[in-house]
Design a binder for this molecule. Sequence first.
Ligand code: FE
Length: 291
Amino acid sequence: MQTRKVLKVIEPQTTSDGAGVRLKRSIGTHTLDHLDPFLLFDHFGSDNPDDYMAGFPLHPHRGIETVTYMISGAVDHRDSIGNAGTIEDGDIQWMTAGHGIMHEEMPSRSEGVMEGFQLWVNLPARLKMTAPRYRSVPSGQIPETETEGGVRTRIIAGTANGMRGAVSDIAADPSYFDVSMPAGTTFEQPAERGHSVFAYVFEGAARFGMDENQAGHHVQATRLVVFEDGDVVRVETDEKPVRFLLLSGKPLGEPIARYGPFVMNTEEEIYHTLQEIRSGSFPAPPFPDET
Ligand code: FE
């Protein structure tokens, strides 16, 4: 069993997206364009409504899956395949855009902290034009394990400690864990050899991976940690607690052609997608109840 070493530690870039939502982006930047199969990773978090109330008005997607994990706050969502609802503290929304979806995500609580994450997972060529699909998992349905030392793992996707996550049947075979470790504890999680693995530290600090001196790589919030290949991810805390997301996925190894919210395999496919948008034939009327 080989412990995965730290390949690199990335400082997120502050940017804005949607109608002006301030966020920290650590995948989908000049520093890290993608980490196959992951195309984008955003962390939004603020107690200032000016940073988030503008939201993400109606926009299309094609060729990817988007995963939203709310830590706190509330976002109203609706889409062109008839889903509508509110994503709140601890909830997950896993959306397969496939051949096309239109949706909007608008914050509905204008006080307090809004914090969460959005991840884009690529679809393999054979599924890029699949039918769109939407899955919503309320916080209470996300399995959680706790070790004797008090390390808590929320299992959004994948398997940890023999427990299966809330979302399965995803092409990239992803794992997605939210791990909280008290001070002075150890966390170990097997990770499939050959899969891309990253951690996103958003509270506290810990030592990730193990090197020859067994010391590991000290990482403080807020940073993204990319791991080398290996069999197991190891994290240790010293005097501080830590909270991080741990994600893994099977690389697709296919060409990537991306333009904004569309991610295909060739420039020609992007060109045709833009033509569909212009001509109004993109396969998604805005909302079923308004057409
Ligand atoms: Fe979107």
